[in-house]
Design a protein around this ligand. Sequence first.
Ligand code: DAH
Length: 344
Amino acid sequence: MQDLEKKIAEMESSALKAIEEASSLDHLEQLRLSVLGQKGELTGILRGLSSLDKDVRPRIGQLANQVKVKIEQAHLDRKDRLFQSHIEARLSQERIDVTAPGQIMPVGHMHPLSQIRQEILSIFSSMGFVTADGPEIETDYYNFDALNTPASHPARDEQDTFYTNIGANVLLRSQTSTVQIRVMEMSKPPLRIIAPGRVYRNEEVNARKYPLFHQVEGLLVDKDVTFGQLKGTLTAFIQALFKKQVKTRFRPDFFPFTEPSAELDSECPFCNGKGCKTCGGRGWLELLGCGMVDPNVLSGVGIDPEEWSGFAFGMGLERLAMLKYGVNDIRHFYTNDLRFLEQF
Ligand code: DAH
């Protein structure tokens, strides 16, 4: 039995030495398996105990178990230390330099259309107008009938209006004037609302037209409202928008929901009326449509036109933004080209 004892003792010292010298956690694990694993050397000896003579079995067994505990302990110690140095190596390699300059994230800003919308809303809000909203998918009642637009009106033609397959009377609104009706149905006069939003028209794309664009609608309903008040309100608005004293003029026009109706022009703020590229040499800019609310529209929503009167106006956001910022193609607003957007 001397042999076996000697073998165990040799195995112990060589295992302990190898463990102490193990240079990585993987290497250490291989060593553990070769001694203590299922097919390990010491495991083999322990398994073979039952075949030894009875008189040597306890001694060899005790010795083998002591060596097993020792090796296990040495393995755990070494594992701790290797792990520690592994962590230290990583910490020193992966150290964060808090003094290194940061990565600068580009800071964006509002889209030019949002900017001009905000500006328009804030000008009207200073005059007591409250922002209102309505759906973009509408029925022809809100888009046409309630706005005093007869069934034969050319704007109803498919060429201008996008109809949907949700129902024969369901369409994408072609004007924000729909919000006038929705607001008057819901609330009692006096009213002062301003309603920005998207509108849709089946039009071919070019530098001035796009099938989706934005409008801002205004509506005031009160007692004894006059055309003079309409002109005063819109002139104040335009001067605030262009930050300049400019003359305004009304040209007669037709809209089904206003009577009388007008187109409002302002003196070109870029050339002071002398004629330039922006105004096409005319000295005047066509800015928006407006008029006195047609009594039919009021009575249609249950407001007595004998008691109440009002004015309304509607403008295209893109058109105003193009004029104000000198943009020559409406498509720039939708192509998301940073070279364009960064200029605002
Ligand atoms: N809804 C008209 C359009 O899309 C614009 C407009 C004209 C609105 C006159 C109004 C108005 O409220 O009074 O062209």
